[in-house]
Ligand binder design. Structure first.
Ligand SMILES: Cc1ncc(COP(=O)(O)O)c(C=O)c1O
Length: 492
């Protein structure tokens, strides 16, 4: 019937008119990307963005098509040459991973398949479940635990602490809210704890005043007697302690808190034990660290990243929770339109939306799954150990240089040091090292970041980079000494 015929002239799609053309462009994109990754060592780590280039990014959104080729051309010409630098062998800033070529290709496949990982009975959910099982296995966490992949360590801490609040509030915090508590619900962790824990405490409505910062020892590890004292004082003052956060690798220096002692204390005090192992948890792959990290298995929840020390492309973090039921009860909310069915696509036991904040979720599991298969976990263990040995090597170079000073112990993969010169007080050295750090970035040599240790400014090298070689650390030390000397001489 003519009246019911579809008018193809007005029905549009975002698929290409010419698949062959897009295929050719796609091949070009893959070729260019692999060349870009292969040659990354030849380029500066970072370079400043020229003003005229910045201006290009201030124009209104296109209303008319510019086409895929144009879009890719603009990316290749203007975006690609100004990277953050974290894929470079001499990037050691903050704790930012490098990604891998195969991980990038896996991301393309995940985006192409484009499942919504909130729930339902489809194979991609099985992939995520298997990735979670593999993570439990590699970290020695109980196989019965639940878990969820999240965007990163910050979100992993938020999920863990949300379960802690739910489990230890002592009332139905989901319906009553924290205002129902008889006294402030308090959370404990060392003063070296990552800021994302504070963010989580704030978002959970506890208020950052309820986050008790426990002092650290000279090794930057949580002071256990201070922790016990603070909990007792808080209880006496009418507070309700709910959780202790243990660090498996602090952000500033890579220190490990004594997780076994904290676990025992939490059991005695009936507190939730959350471990932030953003990168340090992965050291469990290295036999020498397994003893120290074994008590992670006793944590009620464990947060870690795969985009840091498993070198995967952003974003990939994970929370594991010992008690799967408590985990699910913290988040599960099933309105009619999301009802889980017995059969069909809406069936299946795996609804990851019941274990976290997101409903719609991307297929971040695929790059993890494919990468673990690509290399096998032994290779990752070797790379993690390689980074630890590189940190020790760098610390040795620093110790042997009369004008450099190590600022903290090096228990893992982080080295904090500074340039020093005879006759300079700490304030002058702080300013000199701040300028030195900026020049390392601006000259495209290397990207360390900084740490404030005991109030003093330190250059901080955090090695979660599978491309770094020893010669990169030789170069870093040489350049730090050169720039330091130049700055010192320019002051005279
Ligand atoms: C110890 C620690 N916890 C949490 C985080 C936050 O992780 P993300 O940046 O993946 O959100 C970091 C980041 O460096 C970290 O070092």
């Amino acid at each position: 019937m003519a009246g019911t015929q579809v008018n193809t002239a007005v029905e549009e799609t975002l698929d290409p008119d010419d698949w062959a053309e897009l295929r050719a462009l796609g091949h070009q994109m893959v070729d260019d990307l692999l060349d870009y990754l292969r040659t990354v060592r030849e380029r500066p780590v970072w370079r400043p963005i020229p003003a005229e280039l910045r201006a290009r990014f201030r124009v209104p959104a296109p209303r008319a098509p510019e086409g895929a080729e144009r879009a890719y051309h603009d990316f290749r010409e203007h975006v690609l040459p100004h990277p953050m630098g974290n894929i470079h062998p001499r990037f050691w800033g903050w704790v930012i991973g490098t990604g891998t070529p195969f991980g990038a290709l896996a991301e393309m496949l995940a985006a192409g398949m484009n499942p919504n990982m909130g729930g339902g009975d489809h194979l991609p959910n099985q992939v995520e479940a298997q990735v979670l099982d593999w993570c439990k296995e590699m970290l020695g966490y109980p196989a019965t635990a639940s878990g969820v992949l999240v965007s990163g360590g910050s979100m992993a801490n938020l999920v863990g602490l949300a379960v802690a609040r739910h489990a230890r509030a002592g009332f139905d915090v989901r319906s009553k809210g924290v205002r129902h508590a008889a006294g402030p619900l308090t959370v404990y962790g060392s003063s070296e704890m990552h800021s994302s824990v504070r963010k989580a405490v704030e978002l959970l409505g506890l208020g950052s005043e309820a986050l008790r910062l426990v002092p650290v020892t000279s090794e930057f590890e949580l002071d256990l007697s201070a922790l016990e004292r603070m909990i007792a004082e808080d209880r006496a003052a009418g507070c309700q302690p709910i959780c202790v956060v243990g660090n498996a690798g602090t952000v500033n220096t890579g220190a490990f808190d004594d997780l076994g002692v904290i676990a025992a204390l939490c059991q005695r005090e009936r507190l939730w034990f959350h471990v932030d192992g953003a990168f340090g948890a992965l050291a469990a792959l290295v036999p020498e660290y397994q003893g120290r990290l074994a008590p992670m298995a006793m944590a009620d929840s464990l947060a870690f990243d795969l985009h840091k020390w498993m070198y995967l492309p952003f974003e990939a973090g994970c929370t594991l929770v010992r008690d799967a039921d408590t985990h699910r009860r913290t988040f599960s909310l099933t309105p009619d339109y999301l009802a889980h069915a017995e059969r069909g696509l809406a069936a299946g036991e795996l609804w990851f939306s019941d274990y976290g904040i997101q409903l719609s979720r991307g297929f971040r599991a695929l790059k993890v799954w494919m990468s673990f298969k690509e290399h096998g976990l032994d290779k990752y263990a070797r790379l993690i150990r390689q980074n630890i040995e590189q940190a020790r090597y760098l610390a040795g170079l620093v110790r042997n240089a009369p004008d450099l000073e190590l600022m903290a112990p090096v228990p893992l993969n982080i080295v904090c040091f500074r340039y020093r010169a005879a006759g300079c007080d700490d304030t002058t050295l702080d300013a000199l090292n701040q300028e030195l750090l900026i020049q390392l970035h601006e000259q495209g040599i290397a990207v360390p970041s900084n740490a404030l240790l005991g109030g003093r400014f330190a250059l901080r090298v955090a090695i979660v980079n599978h491309r770094s070689r020893r010669e990169d650390f030789d170069l870093l030390v040489g350049e730090v000494r050169r720039i330091g000397k130049e700055l010192r001489e320019s002051e005279k």
